[in-house]
Structure formats: structure tokens, C-alpha cells
Design a protein around this ligand. Sequence first.
Ligand SMILES: Nc1ncnc2c1ncn2[C@@H]1O[C@H](COP(=O)(O)OP(=O)(O)OP(=O)(O)O)[C@@H](O)[C@H]1O
Length: 311
Amino acid sequence: MSASDGRGAEGREGLNRPRQASASDGRGAEGRESLDRPREPGTPDGGGAGRRDAPAAPGRPGAIEPVIKAVDLAVAFNGRTIFKDVTFEVRRGEIFVILGGSGCGKSTLLKALIGLVPLAAGHAWLLGEELAAADDAARRALLRRIGVMWQSGALFGSMTLAENVELPLEEHTDLPRPAREVLARAKLGLVGLGDAAARLPAEISGGMAKRAGIARAMALDPPLLFLDEPSAGLDPITSAGLDKLIRDIARETGTTFVVVTHELQSILAIGDRCIMLDKQAQGMIAEGDPRKLREESTHPTVRAFFRREAA
Ligand SMILES: Nc1ncnc2c1ncn2[C@@H]1O[C@H](COP(=O)(O)OP(=O)(O)OP(=O)(O)O)[C@@H](O)[C@H]1O
């Protein structure tokens, strides 16, 4: 690694656009509202015109495949279910947020999607390929098309930012050093660190480290980028700057983002759509446009989550 279908379950609230029944999905949306408001192109929180594609219609000729299709995912550790019946789609070019309280399984879901945690049940397709069913070569090829930035940032302390960003290029391409350097500097420029390429991780702020982590995750130009708690440990102003960067990258490059976070301001600032996991429910309790969820959800847990800071 340089690293759907909507369906209801009891007690789950889907705030999504009206869904079509899918080929693999016989169930309805029991107990789930559906409020998914496509944002206007060019609005501050929206994507650029043409960035968002129509959702996939499984089985329909010419349908655009979702970037991620997750059906009935379940993960258990030592017999303890963390989540089950998790079903969603991520559309091309959108910023999709996995949210929920501490310990509900957000990071575990991210890891399960990219094959780092085994699924107890369900199927997940990334970029049209089911990782769990892929042979080694297909798996490697798929993971090369996926970028991941972990919460820690995980930059190598003894290497400059440019060298850190070069690493995936060195590992996964035959490009000569000068070309790698040019590409690494371009990626650092994209995240606003063009002047900091020669600095070591210890010489930069937490916000800069996150930006450098994004640059490294983007080194191979992945069409799909996972960010695990990008705002963790950042002050609100730095966090807002990072949110803007994520939105700008999505708009300018068409990269699809899946962002794990419980930071409400970030969710509202960047999320085109989201799913909310809940520890007690052991799964999804809501999905859709986060701003609509905040305004219109009647689910007590969803309301409590969205109203705590935004009120
Ligand atoms: N490898 C593992 N083995 C056993 N339990 C695990 C493992 N990984 C995660 N867990 C447990 O799964 C649950 C969900 O963890 P996870 O880190 O996915 O939550 P989260 O929603 O990302 O939380 P946070 O917001 O606090 O990071 C927790 O109870 C955690 O202790």
C-alpha cells in the first residue's frame, strides 16, 4: 500500500438519498432515515463541478462503479463483535467520513477495508476488486493504488520530508533518483510544504507532519486515500487548515477520501457523506450528509453526537 450498497439494520438511521434496491441487497432500510444532499458544485464545502459522479447502480449497463462497496462487514476480536452488518458505498471523488465515539470500531473498519484486519463476515470491493479474493499479484497491485495516512503520521525521523515522500516511489517504481526527488517536491508543494522539503520531522510542527504524511500517502497518485484521524492532536486552527487542504486536494485531483474521525468540526467541514458507527449498536446507526444528520436526525445517539459542539 503506498494501502456498496446501502441497507438498513435494526436501529440504524440512514440519512441518505432514496436508495435503489441493489442486486445483492434484499433488505430494506428498516429504521433508517435517508437524507443525502448532494452539495452544490462550487460551494465552500462542495466539490468542484463535475467532480462527483452519479452513484453506481449495480448491474446497470454503463453504471459507474463505486470506489468502495462494502456489504455486511463484520469484525470480531476474540469472539467479541466490534461491528456487524456494515454496508455502504463510497462514490468517486467524494470525501467519505467514518465517524463515531471512541472505541466504536472506526479504525478497525478502515483496517478491515484494506485487509489489515480479517473480516468475520461480509465483502468489500475497493476500486472494483475484492481484496480478500485477490491473488497476491492483484492484491499488491490494488494496495499500490491506495494511500493511507495513519494517525501517528509515521514519518521516519532520520529522513527529510522529501526523503520520506520519496520512499513509496523508491519501493514501488523504477524511477531514477532525480525524478523521484522532483515528484516528492511536487507532492510537498501540493500540501504547502514546498519550502520544508529538507527539514527533518523533529523540526516541523504537528500540523506540518500531518501534511507531510498526506504528501507521502499521495506519492503514487492513488485514486483512493484513507486518512486515520488526521486532526488528532491538532489545535482547532491547524485542524481547520488541514480540513481545507483535504477539500482542496479532493477538488483539484479528484482523489476519493475516506476519513476516520470523531472531530465534529472536521466532519461538518469536509464530509460529503458519512456513516456513523456506535459501540452499543455494534454497527452503523446512521449514514448520509453530515449536515443533514445534524439538523434532521431523530436518533438520540446521532443527535447527541452532532449537537455536542455544533449547537
Ligand atoms: N487487534 C485488536 N485486538 C483486540 N481488540 C482490538 C484490536 N484492535 C482494536 N480492538 C478493539 O476494538 C474496539 C474498536 O477499536 P478501534 O480502535 O477501531 O475504535 P475507534 O472507533 O477507532 O476508537 P478511537 O476513536 O478511540 O480511536 C476497541 O474496543 C479496541 O480495544
